[in-house]
Design a protein around this ligand. Structure first.
Ligand SMILES: [Zn+2]
Length: 115
């Protein structure tokens, strides 16, 4: 059985060395993540294959709205993609989400509210 020990890794975004803990290594099955981020950058950046954007508008009655993406495009989202405890969805709320390609075009899924 493999013995995991805390070891130093280097953040791929800011270059700061940080401790990749034995527990995190165990959780990853000993495979070093391709995207190594320090705890600070991990908070700033979305998880792999997810992105962040701001609520542009949301129609509570109709249950859908649009997110402003960093690409400059707007992304559709439906209330089903929001967490049950999301609270009021207001313009400029920061969201993290995955993107799903549907017959009607891309839309956000598995939304997490960050602010
Ligand atoms: Zn960093």
């Amino acid at each position: 059985m493999h013995e995991y020990r805390d070891r130093t890794s280097e953040c791929q975004r800011c270059g700061i060395p940080f401790i990749w803990t034995a527990g995190e290594q165990r959780a990853a099955g000993g495979i070093e993540p391709t995207r190594r981020l320090c705890p600070a950058c991990a908070q700033l950046l979305p998880a792999v294959s997810r992105e962040r954007g701001l609520v542009k508008w949301y129609n509570l009655r109709r249950g859908y709205g649009f997110i402003s993406r960093s690409t400059g495009e707007d992304l559709f989202f439906h209330r089903d993609a929001l967490p049950a405890d999301a609270g009021a969805i207001e313009p400029n709320l920061l969201l993290e989400y995955g993107i799903e390609h549907t017959a009607k075009g891309p839309q956000a899924n598995q939304i997490r509210v960050l602010t």
